[in-house]
Each structure stands twice: as structure tokens, then as C-alpha cells.
Design a protein around this ligand. Structure first.
Ligand code: FAD
Length: 494
């Protein structure tokens, strides 16, 4: 080959390479600089939650005391004051619920976060923890003992009390929701008394408070069962959505070493819901690294890749391709269990003040998963709200919570949408929720309650036939209905 021809070839290859690298780089750079640093300002005397759509004036916000003696005295006095002045009390942890579950208009709003003590008893393997503590603090504390949290959500900046009150779940394999790891807790009831609740002491209240959205009292001290912190390796495979259940059974359920697993569905217009990945972490015989020895997680790069998918088919494809190729070049990377669980929701933070990210979750019996995904296609194809993500997580039958959403083994499909803060988009989201709930009911599933209040009272009762009994028991334990919030206002009998 002539030298000039060779040079031309090299130049062409160089230009192709440059284009391959620079197009995504420019896209991500544009994403970063277009972010309007719109950190929400909450005026004094107001409260909002993770939806950024619930700004509400409250009577006052009360930060609770941090020690058991002081908090008991403080809350007793406060409940008496609320009763005398006919005020409602709402309770908040990290406020990541999205439907005003932590807010009552002109009510007293409790901030539980300062109540965050913890101690670990090695003999019984039980962590005793204040309900305002976060999972993150608990993980860092337990790491010193070689222990870890048994069941928690996908992010670690939620409070223990909030997590029990929604009965959260994560992506721990073969695991019911958080309820299964709760040994007992103390509750300050509406009369200002401390009640110890467990499966044997006040069992009815135990069941009602777990997944009870703060309507039965204030959870104070929680006893949680914990597990060993172990080293795990990551693996990921591609599967067809229709084969997901079989692949999950073969690769995850049948392998005793797998501790975490989740699926992801492709949501770009190209191959819409036609591809899935199954991602899992398998235990290995190695000492887990302590928190202090772990490396940086490149959280900001991951966040920008995620944000680059908002309103962009290119960004959605790029994210799928980047995550898939990263999964294939870094199999067998090693992590500690605590490191995997320690993830801040800031990883996907939306900094645009004109839009907000909203979650939905639908729990579908395993045998109906493939049909549910089929039914999703026409609904999501015509949606007017931007879909950013769908993950699939296993939740085993829950035998504890009264408002049980896993009445058999199910897969939870978590949807994340980006919604513009306009009346039109709010209406679009409401319509979409109706359609998604309809196909969920058709597939004998339920929907998750901590999100937007876009489901009607009647439809809620189809998904949760125990609702009326739940609200009558609310009145039995709290006749003045002191504990209240917007979730209660929306769903209770009219
Ligand atoms: C980005 C994001 C990711 C999420 N991921 C998951 C997930 O992986 N799995 C999952 O299950 N959920 C998830 N959720 C949903 C859910 O909102 C959270 O699990 C839960 O709200 C977290 O706890 P919190 O401290 O934020 O609770 P909050 O929102 O503060 O409170 C939730 C409910 O608990 C009540 N409450 C709070 N503290 C107490 C207390 N001490 N005593 C009595 N009642 C109390 C409140 O009144 C309220 O009704 C997610 C939410 C967001 C925004």
C-alpha cells in the first residue's frame, strides 16, 4: 500500500474513533451544563417530600430529641398539646415517600431523624436502633462487627422508621419485605403510652404498624435481625423478557451463593421491552473489605449518564449500551455486602427545577410476569410522560404486614418517570397510573402505596381488599385520629 493511502486510512480510522468517543462525550457534557441547579427552597413553616410536588404549610415542624428519656417526655407533651388544640400529627423520616405521607396541612410535622442511637448485641445478633437513624448509618456501624442489614431498599439514605412504615423491600434474594427482619419495636401510641410490639406482644398492632404509614403511633426503638457482611462478585447476563422467570429460577433461585439480584428492561424506543438483563451478586470465599478500604464509586459520572437519558432516545440507548458493555468488561469485580447496600439516592438526583422524577411500583405474581410485560407495551408506547427506568426485583410472600402487598411470591417492577411540573403532565401521569393499575389488577397484582395518590379509593380496595378493615382498626387505636397525613385523607372511607 502506498504511504499516502496508508496515511489516509489511519486518518479515517482516527476520525471514526474520534466520532465514536466525542458524540457520547458531547452528549454527556451538554447534559451536565444544561442542568439548572434548581435546589428546591422550602419556605419556613412549609413541608415537601421527594415528589417536589407537595409543598404544604404546616402548624409547626418539631425536631425530636435524641435520647430515649427525652423523646418520650417530649412526644407525650406534644400529643397532649395536639389533642387539646385539635391538631393532627404527621411523622417524617427521610421524606422519600411521594404522596404527602409525611405531611398534614396545618398539622404538627415531626422530624424523627435526630433519634438515631444504635447498639449491637453480638450474642443475640440483634441491632437496637432509633427509628430516625438511616440505613447508611446502620451499615457503617455494623461494618465494624462484620455484620450487615438483612433487608432494606435499594438506597441507604432512608430512615428505619419510614422504611418499616412503608414495609420497604430491596433486591435481596428469597426475601420478603423489611417486616421479616423486624424482631420488635416500641411505639408511642395516640394516648402517649409506650407499647412493645412483636409477633407475640400486641401482635395486631405489630402487623398494622408495619406498612401502616405512621397512622398508629410513633415508632421509637427497633430491634432488627442482622446477617453477616460477606464478599460478593457481580455478574450480568442478557435475557429475553419472556424468559426472565425461567432464567431467574435457574441462575438465581437455584444458586445458594447468590445474595442479590435484579433485572432491568430496555426502555429505549429501539428494542422497547424486547431486551432485559439479569444482574446478580454471588458470595465468594474472601474477606470483605472494610468501608475505609473501598474505592470511589464514580457516582457523578453514573448520575450524568443516567440524567443524559431524560427526554433523549440517544441518551437512553447510550445508557443501555454503556451499562451493558461495562457489565461485560467488569465481571467478577468484588464488593462487600455493605458496600453494595450503601448507595445514596443522589446517584440519580434530578437537578432540574422544572421537572421531577416519580416512582411507581407494581407487584406481579411470578407466573404472570411475562403477560404483564406484554400488557405494558401498548400502554407505555402511548404514554406522554418520559420513562427513564424499569427494574425487576423479587419479593417473597410476606406473612407480617396487615396491608400486605406480597400475598404470594411476586416480582416488583419499579418504574421511574420524569414528569414536567405542569398541570398537563400531572393529568397525563394520573391517566397513565390508571392504565398501569388496570393491567396490574388484570394480572392479579398490587401497586406500592408510598408513591403519588393517583389511584381512586375504589381501585385501591380492589388491590388491597383489607383496606376498610385497616382504616376501622386505625379508629380503634387512634379514636381522635391524631396521627394523620395526606395518604389517610386520600384513601380512608369518605
Ligand atoms: C429515589 C427513591 C428510591 C426508592 N427506592 C425504594 C426501594 O428500593 N424499595 C422500597 O421499598 N421503597 C423505595 N422507595 C419508596 C419509599 O418512599 C421509601 O422506601 C421510604 O419512604 C423510605 O423511608 P423514609 O425515611 O424516606 O420514609 P418517609 O417518607 O419519611 O416516611 C414514610 C412513611 O413512614 C411514616 N414514618 C416515618 N417515620 C416513622 C416513625 N418513626 N414512626 C411511625 N411512622 C413513621 C411516615 O409518616 C410516612 O407515612 C424509594 C423512594 C425514592 C424517592
Amino acid at each position: 500500500m502506498q504511504k499516502a493511502q496508508k496515511n489516509k486510512l489511519w486518518l479515517s480510522l482516527f476520525l471514526i474513533l474520534l466520532a465514536v468517543i466525542s458524540i457520547p462525550a458531547i452528549h454527556l457534557f451538554k447534559t451536565k451544563i444544561n442542568e439548572q441547579q434548581g435546589i428546591e427552597h422550602i419556605p419556613t413553616g412549609y413541608r415537601d417530600d421527594a415528589s417536589h410536588l407537595n409543598l404544604t404549610k404546616v402548624h409547626k415542624i418539631v425536631d425530636v430529641e435524641s435520647t430515649p428519656e427525652a423523646i418520650q417526655q417530649q412526644l407525650k407533651t406534644l400529643l397532649k398539646y395536639a389533642s387539646e388544640h385539635h391538631l393532627k400529627v404527621s411523622i417524617a423520616g427521610a421524606k422519600h415517600s411521594m404522596g404527602g405521607h409525611t405531611i398534614y396541612p396545618d398539622g404538627i410535622a415531626l422530624n424523627m431523624l435526630p433519634y438515631n442511637h444504635m447498639s449491637f448485641d453480638e450474642k443475640s445478633n440483634i441491632l437496637t436502633i432509633g427509628s430516625g437513624a438511616t440505613w447508611e448509618a446502620a451499615l457503617r456501624y455494623l461494618d465494624r462487627y462484620g455484620k450487615s442489614i438483612a433487608v432494606m431498599q435499594a438506597f441507604s439514605n432512608f430512615s428505619i422508621g419510614g422504611s418499616i412504615s412503608v414495609n420497604g423491600h430491596g433486591w435481596q434474594k428469597n426475601s420478603p419485605p423489611i417486616s421479616s427482619s423486624v424482631e420488635s419495636f416500641t411505639l408511642m401510641n395516640a394516648q402517649g403510652e409506650i407499647v412493645n410490639c412483636s409477633r407475640t406482644e400486641h401482635p395486631e398492632l405489630f402487623k398494622l404498624v408495619i406498612g401502616g404509614y405512621g397512622l398508629f403511633g410513633i415508632i421509637l426503638d427497633v430491634k432488627l435481625k442482622v446477617v453477616d457482611n460477606v464478599a460478593l462478585t457481580f455478574q450480568s447476563i442478557s435475557v429475553l423478557p419472556e424468559d426472565y422467570v425461567n432464567a431467574y429460577q435457574k441462575i438465581v433461585s437455584n444458586n445458594p451463593d447468590v445474595q442479590f439480584a435484579y433485572g432491568r428492561l430496555r426502555i429505549s424506543d429501539k428494542h422497547f421491552l424486547q431486551q432485559a438483563t439479569l444482574n446478580y451478586f454471588e458470595k465468594i470465599d474472601k474477606k470483605p473489605l472494610a468501608f475505609s478500604q473501598q474505592q470511589s464509586k464514580n457516582a457523578e459520572t453514573k448520575r450524568i449518564v443516567f440524567r443524559g437519558s431524560v427526554d433523549s432516545e440517544y441518551g437512553k440507548r447510550l445508557r443501555w449500551d454503556l451499562e451493558s458493555s461495562l457489565n461485560s468488561v467488569s465481571p467478577y469485580a468484588t464488593f462487600s455486602r455493605n458496600e453494595i447496600l450503601s448507595e445514596d439516592a443522589a446517584l440519580i438526583e434530578n437537578k432540574d427545577s422544572h421537572s421531577t422524577d416519580l416512582l411507581h411500583e407494581y407487584f406481579i405474581p411470578k407466573q404472570h410476569l411475562a403477560q404483564f410485560i406484554q400488557d405494558l407495551k401498548p400502554v407505555l408506547k402511548t404514554k406522554k410522560v418520559d420513562l427513564l427506568n424499569i427494574t425487576i426485583r423479587e419479593v417473597e410472600h410476606d406473612h407480617d404486614a396487615f396491608m400486605n402487598y406480597a400475598r404470594e411470591d411476586v416480582f416488583g417492577l419499579v418504574f421511574l418517570f420524569n414528569q414536567k411540573k405542569t398541570a398537563q403532565q400531572e393529568q397525563d401521569m394520573q391517566q397513565l397510573t390508571q392504565q398501569l393499575v388496570d393491567i396490574t389488577l388484570k394480572n392479579q397484582g398490587t401497586f406500592y402505596l408510598p408513591y403519588r395518590l393517583h389511584v381512586s379509593r375504589d381501585k385501591m380496595r380492589l388491590a388491597y381488599p383489607q383496606t376498610d378493615a385497616f382504616f376501622s382498626l386505625k379508629k380503634k387505636y387512634d379514636p381522635e385520629q391524631i396521627f394523620s397525613n395526606q395518604f389517610y385523607l386520600h384513601y380512608r372511607e369518605s
